[in-house]
Design a protein around this ligand. Structure first.
Ligand code: AMP
Length: 409
């Protein structure tokens, strides 16, 4: 059977098509800059890739292009069985994947208050996909779900309780699909039962977050009510003194929207080094750029602080798990944030760290008591797996033919 994974953002739709249960990705692609006359379309089928630029004014038009491509080139006479949608915020309501009903979709709309940039385009993608693939089972996979096991001492903020009760202000955490996936992969690698594995998972992409995993469950995580909290990221500040926004408002006359933009889009690596792509920051550092040097110092220092905090929280740690673009690929970042942690039992083997291998691998030196793993993440596959598992459990029948649509003019 085929499971389509959709990730609908404000101006983009990314997709992957998996054959399940073999977990083979047969097709993928993206529509970017939706709403523009020069939207970018990338469509891949096995090793063939086509790229084009054309006007795409709505998510509906974008998804029709994907549906046509899949029907004509990929699936031909085969069936599309199910669609797994990435949904950023499930609030306190959803701790598991959900088959999307009218009431689930309404709840995703309601939760837009907590994720105003993400849930509305996620819900739009679901609505469009229900129209285009009316008979396929549609499943929502929530990015907050893995963190639903946080204890209240970790998820509550020390502000008046009424604000939690009235507005739901608490830590929800994000990147849950990735933290959960690498937890599972690391657990398999370690050969331990999930219920007894303790990990610190370190997702370093353009967005960055860390999770303390105790007995296979998330018990603390660095992102909070929103993805702005925690580590320094590509363009997000991560943790700052909460008084800074008031200071900016009073002294620099900035509006709430301007402060929001500054902290989400102009800060992090970009704020310090003028570059949000870590590879560019590394290049500039090699050329002696002091801002790039400072940005990398700050970036790694903050990861190191969270490692220390999470070792304290967990007590016993089986492994640190590095993942995502930076975590999987940057030997420099791994080395810099682990240097000096020998007293905690964390000791990197530099020669292993320098090898580029795209599989789960161990990087600890002989004397280290905590393993150091690199585990490639795969959020799309994780969504396909969870969708498949839920539907199989519900004993659904998978027999839906893919409709063919004419391309929008
Ligand atoms: P992601 O959001 O997981 O796609 O990760 C994006 C981040 O990974 C960007 O900051 C990239 O610069 C970084 N990245 C990707 N490949 C490498 C690499 N080979 N070395 C260092 N950073 C990398």
């Amino acid at each position: 059977m085929h499971v389509l994974v959709l990730n609908s953002g404000s101006s983009s739709i990314k997709f992957s098509l998996f054959e399940m249960p073999d977990e083979r990705e047969v097709s993928s692609g993206a529509i970017e800059k939706i709403g523009n006359h020069d939207a970018k379309v990338t469509l891949k089928f096995l090793s063939d890739e086509s790229k084009l630029t054309q006007p795409i004014l709505s998510h509906s038009d974008g998804l029709k292009i994907i549906a046509n491509f899949l029907a004509k080139k990929v699936l031909t006479n085969q069936k599309l069985s199910a669609i797994g949608h990435r949904v950023v915020h499930g609030g306190e309501t959803y701790s598991d994947p959900q088959i999307i009903t009218d009431s689930v979709l309404r709840k995703i709309d309601d939760l837009s208050v907590l994720a105003p940039l993400h849930n509305p385009p996620n819900a739009e993608g679901i609505r469009v996909s229900q129209k285009i693939f009316p008979q396929a089972d549609q499943v929502a996979i929530f990015d907050t779900a893995f963190h639903s096991t946080l204890p209240s001492r970790a998820y509550r903020y020390p502000i008046p309780s009424s604000l939690y009760q009235k507005y739901g202000i608490r830590v929800y955490g994000m990147h849950g699909t990735s933290h959960q996936y690498v937890t599972q992969q690391a657990t398999n690698h370690l050969g331990k039962p999930t219920e007894s594995v303790n990990l610190i998972t370190i997702h370093l992409g353009n967005g960055c977050s860390m999770t303390a995993v105790k007995n296979g469950k998330s018990i603390d995580t660095s992102m909070g009510l929103s993805p702005l909290a925690g580590l320094m990221m590509g363009t997000r500040s991560g943790d700052i003194d909460p008084a800074i926004p008031f200071f900016l408002s009073e002294q620099a006359g900035m509006s709430p929207a301007e402060v929001d933009h500054l902290l989400n889009h102009e800060s992090g690596l970009k704020g310090i080094a003028d570059e949000n792509d870590l590879r560019e920051v590394l290049k500039q550092q090699e050329q002696g750029n002091e801002n790039a040097q400072l940005a990398l110092d700050m970036y790694c220092y903050r990861i190191k602080k969270y490692i220390g905090a999470y070792v304290a929280v967990l007590g016993r740690v089986d492994a640190l798990v590095f993942t995502a673009g930076v975590g999987e690929n940057s030997a420099f970042v791994r080395e810099k944030c682990l240097t000096g942690l020998e007293a905690l039992g964390i000791q990197l083997d530099s020669s292993k760290n320098d090898q580029q291998v795209s599989a789960v691998r161990e990087l600890q030196a002989t004397g280290g008591t905590i393993k150091i793993l690199v585990v490639p993440t795969n959020e799309e596959l994780a969504i396909a797996q969870q969708t498949f598992k839920l539907l199989r459990e519900k004993k659904k029948k998978f027999c839906v033919f893919l409709p063919v649509f004419s391309s929008p003019e």
